[in-house]
Design a protein around this ligand. Structure first.
Ligand code: NAP
Length: 249
């Protein structure tokens, strides 16, 4: 896949860029020539990103705050004049059965996994449309389609993204394409935390790896390659386009 020319001098915003998949995605976008506005709360990790690539600007903040998302869009516009790509990778677990999770933790999980996606899309989509279009990838999860013990809020919040992305594809295409990438288990700090919801975390990770087709856990590079692919794939034939046709017929 020739990605270098496709991303050369393009402008991207990446949330969740201070760890795991988002970090890999930000570095790969920058490595392929894009200028990246990278978000997360961890300033040490964010500053390290800037040290790794002169094309990355770290703009810290909590995505649960609408102002953070507005600030990311304003930063991209004032420094680069447009937004070509959005990648929304920020996410958090909501561990617990329905009758165990606190109301605060339930709300916090939805605030990060769903509300924050709404905020960034709301600010960025009109701008992207006005400037001629672009592409968006939201990181969902296999948890949208499969139930996992002790993950009530996480499964429900990731399920909501399926409907949201489908709906936005319909309203904002064809100039803006939006896709949801739904990883299975990928080696990141979030997966380690998720495994701790089980009695024997090491065993559950080993068993999970054996159940996956490749007989190993996913890597952040696996996901970054999929995200870069969906960011540049042609409009005709894309899942969002197919979905629009299906919905319209
Ligand atoms: N790992 C898996 O197995 C797996 C599988 C399917 C889907 N996913 C999804 O993939 C995405 C990335 O997860 P990951 O595995 O890469 O996890 P990770 O390594 O824990 O990274 C999560 C990222 O989200 C950011 N974040 C969380 N809450 C935030 C907030 N309120 N404000 C700003 N940033 C926030 C974190 O930044 P700070 O800590 O700096 O704030 C961090 O950069 C998530 O949406 C997750 O649900 C993961």
């Amino acid at each position: 896949m020739k990605t270098e020319s496709a991303f050369h001098e393009k402008i991207a915003i990446v949330t969740g860029a201070t760890s795991g998949m988002g970090q890999r995605i930000a570095l790969d976008l920058a490595g392929n020539g894009a200028f990246v506005v990278a978000n997360g709360r961890n300033k040490t990790n964010g500053n390290r990103l800037e040290e790794e690539s002169p094309r990355i600007r770290f703009v810290p903040g909590d995505v649960k705050d609408p102002e953070t998302n507005q600030g990311l869009v304003e930063h991209a516009l004032s420094n680069y004049g447009r937004i070509d790509h959005l990648v929304l990778s920020a996410g958090q677990l909501g561990i617990g059965k329905l009758d165990e999770i606190s109301i605060d933790d339930w709300r916090d999980t939805f605030a990060t996994n769903v509300d924050a996606v709404f905020y960034l899309l709301r600010h960025a989509l009109p701008v992207m449309q006005q400037k001629g279009g672009g592409s968006i990838v939201v990181i969902g999860s296999i948890a949208a389609f499969h139930a996992f013990p002790n993950h009530a809020a996480y499964c429900a919040s990731k399920g909501a993204l399926v409907s949201l992305v489908r709906q936005v594809a319909l309203d904002f295409g064809p100039s803006v394409r939006i896709n949801l990438v739904c990883p299975a288990q990928v080696q990141t700090p979030l997966l380690d935390a998720s495994a701790r919801a089980f009695d024997d975390p090491e065993q559950i990770l080993a068993q999970t790896a054996q159940r996956l087709p490749l007989k190993r856990l996913g890597t952040t590079t696996d996901i970054a390659e999929a995200v870069l692919f969906y960011s540049v794939m042609p409009v005709v034939g894309s899942p969002a386009h197919t979905l629009r046709l299906t919905e319209a017929s």
